[in-house]
Design a protein around this ligand. Structure first.
Ligand code: HEM
Length: 236
């Protein structure tokens, strides 16, 4: 069998799909950890945050950010579409008679996985329109003047301005809570799917997954909340 046919056969199987969901999940989790670490530079001030944003956009003469965006998009599309295919496969395998019963019996966490996953997807669309496309906002006019007189985009002030409207903050907090719920179940499932969990290590993996999800929640939520409480302010 050709390598392509082997890959297609693997992707066609239920375990193949689970592995793809897990591996794409790893990429998304690594992105989240990196994005949060970068965002926490908000607490180090305007220069630190804007230096970091400038570095990201200048990586490999501007190609780096596009490589990262394309990799993320591929991971996200694979993660969502493969999960939907798995749900359909599972339903078909159960048959319609049993499906009714099993929907009632499905674990709360797995039902929440679908709701939280789709909410995170809508959040990502909103978030990209908010801070990357900057639709409907005049964030492009926010610039920082450097010592040599040149100017650069002021991401620090953009984030603070972006969280001045409390309903936006509320939406971020709700989305982050659902992200936390999704990660709380998803991160430990990655280890299970990839065969990295044993009976002995499973309780530790579950606790570590929950702890990671809570850290991600607190880290991300702290920024809009700090803006609301006036702990993060526009530069004087
Ligand atoms: C309060 C929490 C967050 C803040 C303050 C924040 C901040 C930002 C900022 C400022 C940008 C634009 C960077 C730039 O153009 O220089 C950005 C982009 C982005 N963020 Fe967030 N983010 C947060 C949470 C999240 C979460 C939870 C996710 C994923 C679930 C996420 C996914 C993304 C993505 C995919 C981009 C687009 C990257 C690009 O193409 O440029 N962010 N974020």
């Amino acid at each position: 069998m050709s390598p392509l046919a082997t890959a297609a056969r693997f992707y066609g199987s239920s375990i193949g799909k689970k592995v793809i969901v897990a591996l794409s999940g790893v990429v998304l989790v690594l992105f989240l950890a990196g994005h949060l670490t970068g965002n926490l530079l908000m607490y180090a001030g305007q220069d630190a945050m804007n230096d970091y944003a400038e570095f990201l956009h200048g990586m490999l003469h501007g190609a780096g950010v596009w490589i990262a965006r394309i990799s993320l998009l591929v991971a996200l599309v694979l993660h969502v579409s493969t999960t939907l295919q798995l749900v359909r496969m599972n339903r078909a395998a159960r048959g319609s008679e049993y499906a009714k019963k099993s929907t009632v019996q499905a674990s709360i966490s797995s039902r929440i996985m679908a709701v939280s996953g789709l909410t995170i997807l809508s959040f990502i669309v909103f978030h990209i329109l908010h801070f990357t496309v900057r639709a409907g906002n005049d964030y492009d006019s926010l610039t920082q003047t450097m010592a040599d007189g040149t100017t650069r985009h002021d991401v620090y002030s953009m984030v603070i301005t972006g969280f001045q409207f409390w309903p936006t903050v509320l939406f971020y907090v709700i989305a982050m809570a659902l992200l936390c719920s999704h990660l709380g179940h998803g991160v430990s499932s990655i280890f299970q799917t990839l065969g990295l969990a044993t009976d002995k290590s499973w309780p530790v993996i579950r606790k570590a997954g929950t702890a990671f999800a809570i850290l991600i929640f607190l880290g991300f939520v702290s920024i809009p909340v700090a803006v609301m409480l006036g702990a993060l302010k526009l530069p004087a």
